[in-house]
Design a protein around this ligand. Sequence first.
Ligand code: GLU
Length: 495
Amino acid sequence: MTASKKVRVRFAPSPTGYLHVGGARTALYNFLFAKHNGGDFILRVEDTDLERSTEESMKMQISDLKWLDIPWVEGPNPETFEDMGPYGPYRQSRRKEIYMEHAQRLLKEDRAYYDFRTDEELEALKAAALASDPSKQYQVEAPAQVVSIADAEKRLAAGEKAAIRFRVREKRDYVLHDLVRGDVTFPSDMVGDFVCIRSNGMPVYNFCCVVDDALMKMTHIFRAEEHLPNTLRQMMLYEAFGYEMPQFGHLSFILGPDRQKLSKRHGATSCNDYRLKGYLPEALNNFMLLSGWSSPSGAEIMSREQQIAEFTPDRFNSSPAVFDTVKLEWMNGQYLRALPHEELWKRVEPFLRDAGLSLPASSSAEWRDQALTIFKIKMNTLADAVPLFLPLDDSRFAIGAEAAETLGWPESRAVLEAWRGQVAAFAGERMSEADFDAAQNAVKTAAGAKGKNLFMPIRVAVVGVPHGSELKMVVPLLSKASLLKRADAAIAGLK
Ligand code: GLU
């Protein structure tokens, strides 16, 4: 690569499901690498598997990348999904002619041949080879007599089907200088003559990938380790086309806490799962960043700017990363608590709304600020806000069955009546923590109750149940009118 060449990297998901955190990490690394080098990050949709690829999945993955704030400069437009950029189309399903032209080129140069053999014939060849030498891995080879292009075209015109197969010509080692794994040697006989275009006309992944990466002028490719074995075929294709090979880096696997490959078994694996659970995209990004890469400064919480500034491939870890959800939750809590309250509210609010909470007081910025100051200490995710805010919803207030015992205590009537009296006499709209302490002390004196016999009945008269958040946190968030209504309900429930 010449020094002046602009860095171009891509994320190339197959739209066959949700965006997995492993995929999102690949996208993030490519994006940060592009940014660090003043280059371009491109999104390419690898949808040649027509049976498994869906438009819906592509849109979901795009939505997840948008949520993560990993923007691309070329690829499907994030809003209209139409191509943007000079090297399109960016969806492989729309590039069939380009692949066919490339396959033709290989045919003409005798780097590939038409293969009219059926699956059954190939299976029989494999069985025969295995029978003669079971220790040897069977590799497909060209038939003794390859059909000429002219003859093949006649047979195809007559309705026969043929695959186009790459001819692995020479036995030698291919050495990949991998940016993560160092030098990796592949003996060429690891693969036999491989298919480029299937007999149904569909090109295969390794073929499309090379054609696209070359035509889209990729300089570097960071992708999952599981693609490492594909690289041999891809190196052969680069060589056959005479295209300059990008630099590769194969990213280590992400494992679950049991050191098995991260899967559904381990719980949430898609970005969307984390979004729904109330994780912040900036926290998930920061966490993914550190699952396979480390900062030279040893920093853990890193701003986007710092991530871009420090992102060099020499910090990739070639051993697998363990997806530590406890750490993710901790990190999310750190990010969440650092948000300005107006921003935090914007993010919390949809969770409260989805839970059906009605909180008219939240129209006041001061109330929101106070509530978040109190509750965010107890939150690691946005979803954690729901049980914390729930006791503030008047429409949800009810004296629960668990309160029956408390309401049956001999002191409870005196405590509740004194409490109601304190609330009624309070001159303001909402009590402060100090007002509440003072009121509670006055109740203690008036009712002659203390400890549990004092606190529990008041708790029931505020939240309806004898447990939950500390009252000095909840009371200042409730209006006088609400406290009165709640006290009345508790009094009505006395035995
Ligand atoms: N479409 C492939 C995948 O989703 C990407 C392969 C590559 O990056 O070369 O795994």
